[in-house]
Design a protein around this ligand. Structure first.
Ligand code: FEO
Length: 171
């Protein structure tokens, strides 16, 4: 059972996850348009991950006897200065999501909602990995600088990323 406060907060996060998917879909398209097909693949996998996060909230809310409320989505940026710019924006966005998840955990504890607290633990761990991936790529891109060959090698590496659906634990 979810109380009203918790349901509304989970619903807001569900919409944050949908916006994340929207943002990475935009980045995927932009990366492809400037010839970075590997980066386009990387962001498309990220889009799929965000849709999986969205579905985790969707399923959890429904399994707890409530229903989701889909909200209007803001338009994500559609132009970027460089791949480094895209990853700096990605890291900033993921830090925002981490903060949202932390606030949700705080709320679940305040509301004594232990089921939701357990459900959210998966996201707490996931955010560590998300931020680490972004920091790693930002560091590589800074090392590469203006070296086109280095960028193409990294782009090739990014082209190998594949989507692995997360386990439906807690959902
Ligand atoms: Fe759903 Fe990128 O956190």
């Amino acid at each position: 059972m979810l109380n009203k406060t918790m349901t509304e907060a989970l619903n807001r996060q569900l919409n944050e996850e949908l916006y994340s998917a929207y943002l990475y879909l935009s980045m995927s398209s932009y990366a492809g348009s400037i010839g970075l097909k590997g980066a386009a693949n990387w962001f498309m996998v990220q889009y799929q991950e965000e849709m999986a996060h969205f579905m985790k909230f969707y399923t959890y809310i429904n399994n707890q006897g409530e229903h989701v409320v889909l909200l209007p989505l803001a338009a994500p940026p559609s132009e970027f200065d460089s791949l480094l710019d895209m990853f700096e924006k990605t890291l900033k966005h993921e830090q925002h999501i981490t903060s949202c998840i932390n606030d949700l955990v705080d709320l679940a504890l305040r509301e004594k909602d232990h089921a939701t607290s357990i459900f959210l633990q998966w996201f707490v761990t996931e955010q560590i990995e998300e931020e680490e991936n972004d920091r790693d790529l930002i560091a590589k891109l800074k090392l590469i600088g203006d070296n086109g060959q280095g960028l193409l090698m990294l782009d090739n590496e990014m082209g190998t990323r594949v989507f692995v659906p997360p386990a439906q634990t807690g959902a």
